[in-house]
Design a protein around this ligand. Structure first.
Ligand code: ADP
Ligand code: MG
Length: 314
């Protein structure tokens, strides 16, 4: 197995036969820069039905999805991470973009002190590629966030064509990936507008709680404005997260969402699952933490649903 040093990007060859097969993670020290990186072992076996590669319905290269909702805590970051890894497990090349100053996605993947999109824009000599991290998960890359990102918003928000800053940068590299997934903050400002202006699809995660239908409508209204102003072709789909089948209120709101958005609602529903919260503490996607977890399997199902529809006009 090849591990890339988080610090100096040296590629280190690890002899897997020397590793205890039951361990979930290990630390490797780079002989060149002495930096220690944590490596998570893929915890999936080919015999599990849900991780077998699907028949490819090739999306065009660089199919870009933004995960967005103005509400916080609805599962945007969890969806970005777990959908990203699920697509990578299905043998797609995936770039995750952390476009939130809070850097929750970056932290959830165990990275700190990284180069962000801000640092690329700020230093004209730097290329976007130099900020990408090849994660320890095969096929999965990350463009991390850091605290400097707030400066980007302060400097450019409202300037001419500020909506297209991400689109212009991504144009140079998007063909290298099958899917690009952008995690956004719970507000409509510089980052979310840039992400919406460059995406083919907006995924709107929502819980089944009292105000969720209202929240989804608000996001759909904003996407209508984006269509008129910067991105006429963006589509929108709704994803129910943290679903609790045992709760009557959850089932009632789910039915309401289904009636309101019959075409938009994903068939896959992500259940509320403690394993996902535990995985987050371990800086892991849930399918790696527990390959039989219900939320892990559901994110795999969502990845399949997306693969089979992203080549079409969804
Ligand atoms: N399916 C789920 N089951 C249980 N907890 C979840 C699930 N999805 C997300 N969470 C938890 O909910 C919280 C908010 O999730 P997060 O993905 O950070 O939302 P957002 O990015 O929209 O703010 C986190 O603590 C996360 O662990
Ligand atoms: Mg988040």
């Amino acid at each position: 197995m090849i591990v890339v040093c988080e610090n100096c990007k040296t590629r280190l060859k690890i002899d897997e036969s020397q590793l205890n097969p039951s361990i979930k993670q290990f630390t490797v020290r780079c002989p060149r820069c002495r930096h220690s990186s944590t490596v998570f072992m893929p915890d999936v076996t080919p015999e599990i039905e849900s991780v077998r590669p699907v028949e490819p319905t090739p999306a065009r290269a660089g199919y870009t999805m933004v995960i967005t909702n103005q509400k916080g805590g609805v599962g945007k970051t969890s969806t970005g991470l777990n959908l990203g890894l699920s697509l990578a497990l299905l043998e797609k090349r995936v770039l995750l973009i952390d476009f939130d100053v809070q850097a929750n996605l970056t932290i959830s993947m165990g990275y700190q002190h990284t180069t962000s999109f801000h640092d690329v824009i700020h230093d004209r000599n730097r290329k976007l590629e130099s900020a990408l991290i090849q994660t320890s998960y095969p096929g999965l890359w990350l463009l991390p966030s850091n605290k400097n990102m707030v400066l980007l918003s302060k400097k450019y928000f409202g300037r001419d064509d500020y909506e297209y800053i991400l689109r212009k940068q991504l144009a140079k590299i998007k063909d290298r990936f099958d899917y690009i997934i952008i995690d956004t903050p719970p507000s409509i400002e510089f980052f979310t507008i840039n992400a919406l202006s460059t995406s083919d699809l907006a995924i709107i995660p929502t819980q089944c709680d009292y105000l969720s239908t209202h929240g989804v409508d608000q996001v759909l209204n904003i996407i209508d404005l984006i269509r008129k102003k910067t991105n006429p072709n963006i589509k929108a789909r709704v994803l129910v997260t943290m679903y609790d089948e045992a709760a009557t209120a959850s089932r009632m709101i789910f039915t309401k969402l289904k009636n309101l958005h019959p075409e938009r609602l994903y068939e896959t529903v992500i259940d509320r699952d403690e394993r996902l919260r535990e995985a987050q503490i371990m800086s892991m996607p849930v399918i790696n933490y527990d390959q039989k977890s219900i939320s892990g399997l559901k994110y795999m199902a969502l990845a399949r649903e997306i693969i089979s529809s992203s080549g079409k006009n969804q």
